[in-house]
Design a protein around this ligand. Sequence first.
Ligand code: SF4
Length: 257
Amino acid sequence: MLPERRRRYLETIGIDLWVRRGRGGPAATPTVAPTEAPAPARSEPPAAEPRRTTVVTSGEAATQWQQLLEEVRRCTLCPLHATRTQGVLGVGPRRADWPVIGEAPGAEEDRRGEPFVGAAGQLLDAMLRAIGLDRHTNVYIANVLKSRPPNNRDPRPEEVEACLPYLVRQIALLQPKIMLAVGRIAAQNLLGTDAPLGRLRGRVHHFGERQTPLVVTYHPAYLLRTPGDKRKAWEDLKFARSVYQQLTQGAADGNRS
Ligand code: SF4
């Protein structure tokens, strides 16, 4: 991405820039100001790209996506169906390399039937654009829960247990290269842990049967309330991007050899 465009996106998400100046004027590449502690150690190297075990034709995939959509619309597997306006499956291209997974629809998402709309959605879009991603071209956005919990309370374990198979099916259809879990609730439920978010950031986890690499960062709604942590989120996004680049480069090298 052009440095100037990245600078604008970073300003949008509230990251101040520190521009290194040389003798002849400003350096070409802006750098995030190093005013906070460095990002946590990256304790696990990115895994090799998982083997794609299931071949699904585009026609079969389209049928399976439609089935998912209709099942979620009709779903009564947990009590949340009684209070939601509608089930919210997800949005984005159906072979996206980058699924972004949040917690559950909020009030606006429940009303509009799309995840991550409103101010948190706009911040998420800006964060994604800062690493060259776009929800309309290469990102699929979904939640662990497809129906809104009343008053945005945390999902209950039995609700997650009932709903998670939908997400597993979405991931199987997407066959992504990497997943981004945003927020503690999403990360803990996807990884089956109660570890705090701070201990889940900065490393590569793996999700599901295909062992899809998964990186954790903050939820944009949290970042709106706690803008001081935006810089950490930016470190997470850069880390996720580097993992993705290593994975795709490794796959390209494998194809050439
Ligand atoms: S949250 Fe999931 S399991 Fe519960 S009613 Fe909605 S779609 Fe069904």
